[in-house]
Design a protein around this ligand. Structure first.
Ligand SMILES: [Zn+2]
Length: 312
C-alpha cells in the first residue's frame, strides 16, 4: 500500500514539474489570475447605499437591484500587425507590466492562436483613436495582433486562422461586418498597421469589413471628364451648361458629381478627418493598398465614391 502511495506521489510531483516547465508563462498567468480575481470582486460590489448617502445626488431611500443584466460585450474588432520579429517577442512584450500594451489574441506565423485575455476584459491595443464618434475603442473592441515585422507578407496559415477566429467572434457577439477594422483606420496620424499586404478584400468577401465593386469603379467618371462644356453655349451663358444634380444622378449614375465631398464621405465611413491628409492615407492603406506615397488621385476618389454609394 505504502509503495502504491509513493508511486502516486512521485507521479503527482512529476506531472507538476512537467506542467510548470512546459508553460513558460506560468508566472505571469498567476498575475493574470490575481488581477482577474480582483476585477471579479469589483463586479460583485453592489451600488453602495453608504456612498449614495454621501453623494450630493438625490438618490432614492433604498437600493432596488435589477434582475436583468449580463456582461458588456465587444462590438468591434481591431486588427494589427505586431511590428516585432517573432511571436515569442510579442508574448513577452504583452506580459511585461512596463510595456502597458496587450491584445486579446496573437496569431503566430504557423497559424497558432494565443488567446491572452478574456474577451470581456479591456485590452490595451488601440491607444488614442477614434472611429465615428467612438473615442474609446479599447472599451468596445477585441484586439487581434498578427505576428509580422511590419513589411512582410502574412502567411496563409495566419489568414486561415484569422478567418476562423473572426467567424467565431462575429457569430458569438453579433458584430456587424463594417466593424472589422484596422489599427490605422482608428489612428490615422499614428499607425500604419496592418500593412498593405493585409488581405482586406478577401476578408470582406468572408463578411469582415467593407469592400467595393471593382467593376463598378471602372465605370465611374468624374463630372468634369463626362460633361464637356457645350461649345455652342459658351457665348450665351446658357443653362445648357448648368447641371441639375438629381436628374444627373438618375440619368448618369456613373458620374461622380463635382461637389462630392471627400472629407464627409471619409467621415461617414468612420475616419477621423481632423487631419484630412492622414485620413486619406489611412483610407488608401486599407482600400487601395498601392502607390501609398502618391497623393489621393481620381482612382482613389472613385473607390471612395463607390463605397459610399454601396453602403452608406
Ligand atoms: Zn497596432
Amino acid at each position: 500500500m505504502r509503495g502504491v502511495y509513493l508511486i502516486f506521489m512521485l507521479f503527482l510531483s512529476g506531472s507538476l514539474v512537467i506542467s510548470c516547465s512546459s508553460n513558460p508563462y506560468s508566472k505571469t498567468n498567476k498575475v493574470y489570475k490575481k488581477q482577474a480575481k480582483a476585477y471579479s470582486k469589483q463586479l460583485k460590489q453592489l451600488p453602495s447605499q453608504e456612498n449614495q448617502n454621501e453623494s450630493a445626488l438625490n438618490y432614492g431611500e433604498y437600493w432596488a437591484g435589477t434582475t436583468n443584466f449580463n456582461l458588456r460585450k465587444p462590438n468591434y474588432v481591431v486588427i494589427h500587425h505586431t511590428a516585432q520579429d517573432s511571436v515569442q517577442q510579442t508574448l513577452t512584450t504583452f506580459t511585461l507590466p512596463r510595456t502597458q500594451v496587450s491584445s486579446h489574441y496573437v496569431i503566430a506565423k504557423n497559424g497558432e492562436i494565443y488567446h491572452m485575455l478574456n474577451d470581456f476584459y479591456r485590452a490595451w491595443h488601440g491607444g488614442v483613436g477614434k472611429w465615428g464618434n467612438n473615442t474609446d475603442l479599447n472599451s468596445s473592441s477585441l484586439g487581434i495582433e498578427i505576428d509580422n515585422n511590419g513589411e512582410e507578407e502574412f502567411t496563409d496559415l495566419q489568414i486561415i486562422s484569422l478567418v476562423e477566429l473572426l467567424a467565431e467572434i462575429k457569430e458569438k457577439y453579433k458584430i456587424p461586418a463594417e466593424n472589422f477594422i484596422g489599427h490605422s483606420d482608428i489612428a490615422p496620424t499614428r499607425k500604419v498597421d496592418p500593412n498593405a499586404n493585409f488581405p482586406w478584400k478577401r476578408l470582406a468577401e468572408e463578411g469582415f469589413g467593407l469592400w467595393y465593386d471593382e467593376a463598378e469603379v471602372e465605370k465611374l467618371k468624374l463630372e468634369a471628364e463626362f460633361f464637356k462644356p457645350n461649345p455652342l453655349a459658351i457665348n450665351f451663358n446658357s443653362r445648357l451648361n448648368t447641371r441639375i444634380p438629381f436628374i444627373d444622378k438618375l440619368v448618369f449614375p456613373e458620374v461622380i458629381p463635382a461637389d462630392f465631398n471627400i472629407e464627409n464621405a471619409l467621415k461617414i465611413i468612420g475616419y477621423d478627418t481632423s487631419d484630412l491628409e492622414a485620413a486619406k492615407s489611412a483610407f488608401k492603406l486599407h482600400f487601395i493598398q498601392e502607390d501609398l506615397d502618391k497623393a489621393f488621385d481620381s482612382y482613389d476618389l472613385k473607390v471612395l465614391y463607390q463605397l459610399y454609394e454601396k453602403y452608406l
